[in-house]
Design a protein around this ligand. Structure first.
Ligand code: ZN
Length: 99
């Protein structure tokens, strides 16, 4: 007779920050290993509590550089330059027309 019970069960499947357990914050799963003794710990952390780890990961070498060039629409819009290609034929035609 209690539907809310099922709803709460469904929410458990979401990744929740281990520190603040805020279900509204998207959390990432981390696995940290200490090489000295091989101790490994898995943590789910939100952006706030995973910030320290994100800073460390920022220095990590990226195996696949997926940094698409940011096409930031700045104040000046770059358009194609008006390059006019003038062939020798056109020059001769212009000479003939002007004379
Ligand atoms: Zn958190």
């Amino acid at each position: 007779m209690n539907d809310e019970g099922w709803e709460s069960v469904m929410k458990v499947t979401r990744t929740v920050c281990d520190v603040c357990t805020d279900q509204d914050k998207p959390a990432k799963s981390y696995e940290i290993r200490r090489l000295d003794d091989g101790i490994t710990v898995s943590k789910d952390l939100c952006a706030e509590h995973g910030l320290a780890l994100e800073e460390l990961l920022a220095d990590a070498p990226q195996p696949t550089p997926k940094k698409p060039p940011k096409a930031t629409g700045g104040t000046s819009r770059r358009g194609p330059r008006g390059i006019t290609v003038t062939s020798m034929d056109d020059i001769e035609k212009q000479k003939a027309a002007s004379s």
